[in-house]
Design a protein around this ligand. Structure first.
Ligand code: NAP
Ligand code: HSE
Length: 436
């Protein structure tokens, strides 16, 4: 058998330990499929003395992850540290400058610096692979780059954050408290080192910007993603959505509008009949609409050590095969980085849709009339309006409404008219209804 592909592993946390376990457990199968063994030679993390769930004695320790690519006993560096900048980025840059391939699960780094890194990889003719960066164990990057390569994709959307999905579906099933379920997701290894990235929607926005670039051949535009997380949701929203025939899911949505690109992460009401309504726990699902393939649905575990390691090692197998002679390294995105199109952000105003709007209001006469007058004046047609209960100690009641289909700009105008109203005890919460 050919010489092993020698791998340096930077980061020995949830995913790093998962990669070691997988490479050891499936060594024979991986070697057959890769045409040669995949051998971890060098490892690096922050704290050498930390107790780990895997035996590290077979591997050489390197304190400085930035020089991993320069080592003679390394062909590929796997970066599993995280963070858009800092040591992860220095390690990635240095690896490719040393002419070595890079595999990463770091969506923050790819969302912020993916174009620069892809240009470096192309110039150095080395692989840059990031399957694990989007939707954990689901081969969605490969599926879109290769499997759906013949299609024009107009829309890609889905559930892109396992932690949020775990929180929402567990709260829905059990009525448990947000903070309690978030702590459980952290204990299971789903959450980012700083879970604000998950619950504020930033992690999903990182992934969406990467998916959009792959799907549309556009430059990554992370700042162009309108992002709202799940922190303002209340258990009462979940119950209200359920009563209306919906579940709440954090959805990332990207679509082309002519030569513009619309990208948004926002909690949505998903009808019970939609395939995404049945995506529970840390599962992710991505829907891509191709002009010849029709609707493609990719679904699977979106976070956790095993599924993410599976995606990382699949990238290593691709590299092992491609560097055996004759194989193509390929470009990191669907086209060379210089050919990716710069698309300006599209305005959400003209988009047609139905919205759920939740108000917390003072419990006094005339408040509903004020809200409905603002809707009337902005041209928003109300399909249903529910006010539940009387104000408790908090002094506010919840009013939820669902609109008929109309432009998003009309809802935005209605909310603008209500800005500063003494009747509202907090800013309204708006969620779009996902179409069937
Ligand atoms: P993690 O458990 O927090 O592990 C991070 C590792 O990086 C640890 O081994 C840590 O070292 C090391 N590290 C952190 N800061 C460092 C520094 N300044 N210098 C040197 N080493 C440093 O994270 P993870 O969950 O495995 O995630 C790793 C990457 O995969 C992230 O980019 C994440 O977004 C991505 N990802 C995670 C998942 C998931 O389900 N967890 C899924 C997909 C992608 P010590 O152990 O010594 O502290
Ligand atoms: N924190 C991320 C999530 C890990 O919960 O989806 C997988 O990318």
């Amino acid at each position: 058998m050919a010489e092993p592909l020698r791998v340096a592993l930077a980061g020995l946390g949830t995913v790093g330990a998962g990669v070691i376990r997988l490479v050891e457990a499936n060594a024979d199968l991986i070697a057959r499929r890769a045409g040669r063994p995949i051998k971890i030679t060098v490892i690096s993390a922050r704290d050498r003395s930390k107790k780990r769930p895997v035996d590290l004695t077979p591997y050489t320790w390197e304190d400085d992850m930035v020089i991993l690519g320069e080592r003679a006993d390394v062909d590929v560096v796997v970066e599993l540290v995280g963070g858009a900048d800092g040591p992860a980025l220095s390690c990635a840059r240095a690896t490719m400058e040393a002419g070595k391939a890079l595999v990463t699960a770091n969506k923050a780094m790819i969302a912020h610096h993916g174009l620069e890194l892809a240009a470096k990889a192309e110039a150095a003719k080395v692989a840059l692979k990031f399957e694990a960066a989007v939707a954990g164990g689901i081969p969605v990057i490969k599926g879109l780059r290769e499997g759906a390569a013949a299609n024009e994709i107009e829309r890609v959307y889905g559930i892109l954050n396992g932690t949020c999905n775990y929180i929402l579906s567990t709260m829905e099933d059990t009525g448990r408290d947000f903070a309690d379920v978030l702590a459980e997701a952290q204990a299971k290894g789903y959450a980012e080192a700083d879970p604000a990235f998950d619950i504020e929607g930033i992690d999903a926005a990182h992934k969406l910007s990467i998916l959009a670039a792959i799907s549309f051949g556009s430059k990554i535009d992370f700042p162009g993603v309108e992002t709202t997380g799940i922190t303002r949701l209340r258990a009462a929203d979940i119950a209200q959505a359920h009563a209306l025939g919906y579940v709440i899911r954090l959805i990332g949505m990207a679509e082309t509008q002519g030569d513009k690109l619309f990208q948004r992460v926002q909690p949505h009401l998903v009808p019970f009949g939609h395939p995404l309504a049945h995506v529970d726990g840390a599962t992710n699902a991505v829907v891509a609409e191709g002009n010849f393939s029709g609707r493609l649905l990719f679904q699977g575990a979106g976070a956790g050590d095993g599924p993410t390691a599976s995606a990382v090692v699949a990238d290593l197998i691709d590299i092992a095969r491609s560097t055996m002679g004759g194989g193509e390294i390929g470009v990191p995105f669907s086209v060379p980085v210089a050919e990716l199109e710069a698309m300006a952000p599209a305005d959400s105003g003209p988009r047609l849709g139905r919205a759920y709007i939740r108000f917390m209001v003072a419990d006094r006469p005339g408040v509903l009339a004020e809200i409905t007058a603002a809707m009337r004046d902005a041209g928003v047609s109300i399909e249903s309006l529910i006010q539940k209960g009387r104000a408790g100690d908090a002094g506010a009641v919840m009013v939820a409404m669902v609109t008929h289909e109309g432009p998003e700009s009309a809802v935005a105008e209605a909310l603008r008219l209500l800005e500063g109203s003494a009747s509202l005890t907090e800013p309204p919460l708006v969620m779009q209804l996902l179409g069937e």
